[in-house]
Design a protein around this ligand. Structure first.
Ligand code: SAM
Length: 242
């Protein structure tokens, strides 16, 4: 069930019939009892600027620290999100996606794998301003956001100039964006957009310690003989344009 809210804080799980979609029922239960780390609607209203406290609470009584906060946009069923969370236990990970099934499944996977540094969020990443303060995020991961686009649909791509500017605003100094796509033209246009937003092309980000993180869609394309096009960008301390 896709979701395209302009208001990410609007409660929608309570307005839907849980018998139509079992993931709505799981979301409703999780919001009530915290059984899996998935959030939606008003459960997000106090998170802006306070994600580190929220993760500290999830790990029970650990004081908030300077742990890095990484956000995966389009986390799908949580494969990459949970691989990263497992490899980087000193950082916290938020996965955003737009269907109940994807964010619930990704959160269930986190519980199964014992990760207490993962929270998933149902919501359109374009509306992230209501849940992230400026400079709050240390890194964005965006893998294969809009695959297989026909040329006529390219105006609907997620990563455009406005979105690149939004990501740059939410990043802390030295924060990064890691994007991969199946389309070379999309990659080139995104690269321009990130540069115009003040992000600079980067060598492989140290944080990932050489992990390639082949995502579900990357694997699908590889099996069809299609290579990924990707890059990493960083927000400089002095906001120089590249
Ligand atoms: C093609 S899939 C790629 C999934 C995964 N990142 C991978 O590489 O295997 C794109 C994902 O982005 C999600 N998505 C699309 N638009 C989004 C938006 N505006 N905000 C958050 N997620 C979005 C989709 O629901 C889907 O799960």
């Amino acid at each position: 069930m896709p979701l395209c809210p302009t208001d990410i804080l609007k409660d929608i799980s309570s307005t839907l019939n849980p018998s139509v979609n079992p993931y709505v029922a799981k979301m409703t239960a999780a919001l009530a009892d915290g059984s899996i780390p998935v959030l939606q609607g008003s459960a997000l209203k106090d998170r802006r600027g306070h994600w580190r406290e929220a993760f500290a609470g999830q790990r029970e009584n650990q004081a908030p620290s300077n742990r890095k906060l990484i956000v995966e946009i389009g986390c799908h069923l949580g494969l990459t999100l949970n691989q990263m969370a497992g490899n980087h236990q000193d950082a916290d990970f938020i996965g955003m996606d737009i269907t109940f099934k994807r964010v619930v499944t990704a959160a269930e996977r986190a519980v199964r794998q014992g990760h207490r540094n993962v929270i998933t969020v149902l919501g359109n990443a374009r509306a992230m301003d209501s849940i992230f303060a400026d400079g709050e995020v240390d890194g964005f991961v965006i893998f294969f956001p809009d695959p297989w686009l026909k040329r006529a649909q390219s105006k609907n791509r997620l990563v455009d100039e406005a979105f690149a500017a939004l990501l740059a605003t939410k990043l802390a100094p030295n924060g990064f964006v890691w994007m991969k796509t199946d389309q070379e033209i999309y990659f080139k246009e995104a690269r321009e957009a990130f540069c115009r937003a003040g992000l600079t092309p980067s060598e492989p980000i140290d944080f990932f310690a050489g992990h390639a993180y082949e995502s579900t869609f990357e694997r699908r394309f590889r099996l069809q003989g299609l290579p990924p096009h990707g890059g990493q960008w960083q927000k400089p301390f002095d906001d120089r344009l590249c």
